[in-house]
Design a protein around this ligand. Structure first.
Ligand code: CA
Length: 474
């Protein structure tokens, strides 16, 4: 009896020590840390926001972000189609470094198709620092169980896992994410709340806005990170009468529906900004708005303004996007910023401005933009920016001077001066041989630290099916 009593005491002491140890290892939430909201649209053109001069689609709420903070005129994403661009944004690293450089096939049971588990996503880092985190909308970063949002640092998820979705709930006829066999079918899956398929009744854009507002309400007393990835205005072009009725003056039916879809997003942005205001959170919340790539003008009737090319291209229309940030506590209202920046900077900027945050797992390619915005750092955040389209053998390099090298099919080299020739018409390569040589050197150095695509993409579906057959036969 005595012995067991002693054992009990020893156990209790050990237990209390382990509690103490655990308590020390838990990250203490710094309540002064900013909330972070990334609002990402899909295939929205550079010219399709008020702050970039759009006249036929009013975007008063998206424009509020620009007015409250900073507009970036030369802001880029790291790829000109959805999935690689998102991979760059969420890791803060060029996606070519880890082979996420194609739009993936939708194959829920293939553990090779997804964003490398060696990479760290921003929500993972923030979660370790005591943030609550949520992703809403389009995922597109891996469909296999191991790649899903709840495995990558998100406390909550509401949305779908593939590269797009239909907009009307009556069309969500596939029971869950695992019963869809390809990308096309995934557009008709039921939406997922956390890990479970749910019944939805609202137009998808309204549903995502509703969830965003509810999330802010539920987390107003602690730092949070919300990644709100609307699939609008990516195809299929679908809108409700509520939004269509606003654009009866637009004659082209495609553009009318596109406008309605953008308008629905804008309403959602308004609800979110209002919610922040009402909750007293607006001052210390970083709200970032951007599109994941340029508009595919012929597909969804988007408009890239004066830029050449569109989605899928390395001309400016493919990679330069509408981009604005508000953070009233740190960034002056009505700021304009003209140096080149890239979506990769989001990770670095957030990480640099959260007190007590752990060191990111991998070396970041982006930089903290805040010192450049408030003037403590001069010059350009990036001497060079790089793009690669592995399958097409296309490259682009932008130098801080505004000169842009564009290599098509590995051989055709062009140099454009974006400051005087935003439409990329006049090849000035012969006048800038020295800089061009330097750009080539830097590009090769950059490429030495990249890898080929890690999986077959949507464009290689036939090859993929053949290979799977061979695997089965052997
Ligand atoms: Ca896209």
């Amino acid at each position: 009896m005595k012995i067991s009593f002693k054992i009990l005491i020893v156990l209790l002491v050990a237990l209390s020590m382990s509690f103490k140890y655990k308590r020390q290892s838990v990250v203490i939430i710094n309540k002064a840390n900013p909330n972070v909201i990334i609002i990402l649209t899909d295939d929205q053109g550079y010219g399709d926001v008020g702050f970039n001069g759009c006249t036929d689609i009013p975007t008063p709420n998206i424009d509020r972000i620009a007015k409250n903070g900073v507009v970036f005129r030369n802001a880029y994403v790291s790829y000109s189609v959805c999935a690689p661009s998102r991979a760059g944004l969420i890791t803060g690293r060029y996606q070519d470094r880890f082979g996420y450089s194609r739009n993936p096939l939708y194959r829920p049971f293939d553990p090779e198709i997804g964003l490398s588990l060696n990479e760290q996503m921003l929500p993972d880092l923030l979660q370790q620092s005591g943030y609550n985190t949520m992703a809403i909308g389009k995922w597109h970063l891996g469909v296999h169980e191991q790649f899903r949002p709840w495995k990558r640092g998100f406390n909550e998820f509401f949305g779908f896992l593939g590269g797009g979705h239909r907009y009307f709930p009556e069309e969500y006829i596939i029971a869950n994410q695992d019963s869809a066999k390809n990308e096309e079918q995934s557009y008709r899956t039921k939406l997922i709340r956390n890990q479970t398929a749910v019944e939805e009744s609202e137009y998808i854009t309204d549903a995502f806005s509703r969830e965003a507002v509810s999330y802010i309400e539920r987390n107003k007393d602690q730092p949070f990170f919300l990644y709100l990835a609307y699939n609008a205005p990516h195809g299929p072009l679908q809108a409700t009468p509520k939004y269509l009725e606003r654009f009866t003056q637009i004659k082209d039916a495609k553009r009318r529906t596109y406008a309605a879809m953008v308008s629905a997003v804008d309403d959602g942005v308004g609800l979110i900004l209002d919610k922040l205001q009402q909750s007293g959170l607006a001052e210390n919340t970083i709200v970032i708005f951007l599109s994941d790539n340029g508009g595919p003008e012929n597909v969804n009737a988007s408009d890239n303004g004066p830029l050449r090319g569109g989605k899928g291209s390395l001309f400016e229309g493919g990679i330069r996007v509408p981009f604005a940030i508000q953070w009233p506590q740190q960034i002056k209202a009505n700021t304009e910023y003209d140096q080149s920046i890239i979506s990769l900077d989001i990770f670095a900027t957030v990480a640099a401005n959260v007190q007590g945050i752990a060191k990111p797992k991998n070396a970041l390619d982006g930089v903290d933009l805040l010192p450049f915005l408030n003037g403590t750092k001069k010059g350009s955040p990036h001497e060079f920016l790089f793009w690669r389209q592995f399958d097409q053998k296309n490259y682009a390099v932008i130098h801080q001077s505004g000169l842009k090298e564009l290599i098509l099919k590995d051989t055709n080299i062009n140099l454009y001066n974006l400051k005087t020739d935003i439409g990329e018409v006049v090849n000035v390569a012969e006048k800038n041989i020295q800089l061009l040589q330097r750009m080539e050197q830097e590009r090769k150095k950059w490429e030495a630290n990249t890898i080929p695509p890690a999986f077959y993409g949507l464009n290689q579906e036939e090859d993929y099916i053949k290979e799977q057959k061979l695997k089965k036969e052997n």
